[in-house]
Design a protein around this ligand. Sequence first.
Ligand SMILES: CC(C)(COP(=O)(O)OP(=O)(O)OC[C@H]1O[C@@H](n2cnc3c(N)ncnc32)[C@H](O)[C@@H]1OP(=O)(O)O)[C@@H](O)C(=O)NCCC(=O)NCCS
Length: 202
Amino acid sequence: MLEDEYDKTRRRLPRHLRPAPAPERPFAFTIRPAQDRDIADIREIYNYYVTNSVVTFDEKPWKMVQWREKFAHLAKLGMPFLVAESPTGQILGYALVQPWKPKSAYRYTVEDSIYLGQAAAGKGLGSALLKALLEACQEVGIREVVAAISDKGADASIRLHEKFGFTEVGRMGRVGFKFNRWLGVVYLQKSIPKRRKRPVAG
Ligand SMILES: CC(C)(COP(=O)(O)OP(=O)(O)OC[C@H]1O[C@@H](n2cnc3c(N)ncnc32)[C@H](O)[C@@H]1OP(=O)(O)O)[C@@H](O)C(=O)NCCC(=O)NCCS
């Protein structure tokens, strides 16, 4: 045995004396309304998908000022905008709705948008955020939610929406062109029942 090999063996503690590996932390989060201070994290989460995927048809990363304007606009309209935060204060993902179209007769209809940081995907957070978002929509009287989803690379999003009762209402082919390929859009829609008024006590 060479001298350095001997040293390595000698320094290794017997199994019963080795410290136990740190237990894996459970995936924990809280969901709350987005605030101004979350905008930088939200931007970073979104821009990852702008730069690396076709799940959004944006091609240029969003600037802080664009997100600030969007945040202020949605807040003014009273549109639900939620974030999921880890116990250490990291923003893991967000979910928002925005008006489906600006014309006034569309006022009860919104389009949703959910994005998670890569490390937070596939662990049930999307489901938790969409559930909370739909509840928040009901609270403010929204009646129809539309999801406009890329027909490429967005299987998780389609599955997530179907799981919450969204049904496909239409498709458009070849309406987007990103990374040198044509993309279509799948539209899913869900109706939200009117919020039940609390029974008057007594
Ligand atoms: C779409 C997204 C929000 C889903 O959130 P998530 O936390 O990964 O989803 P969940 O773990 O809650 O899973 C929801 C359902 O989708 C399924 N699913 C998750 N990842 C999937 C994948 N890659 N392909 C197919 N189905 C998938 C799950 O199995 C689950 O269905 P089940 O309960 O019947 O098993 C998340 O993956 C994400 O941020 N993706 C990138 C951004 C994006 O596509 N946003 C939507 C733009 S329209």
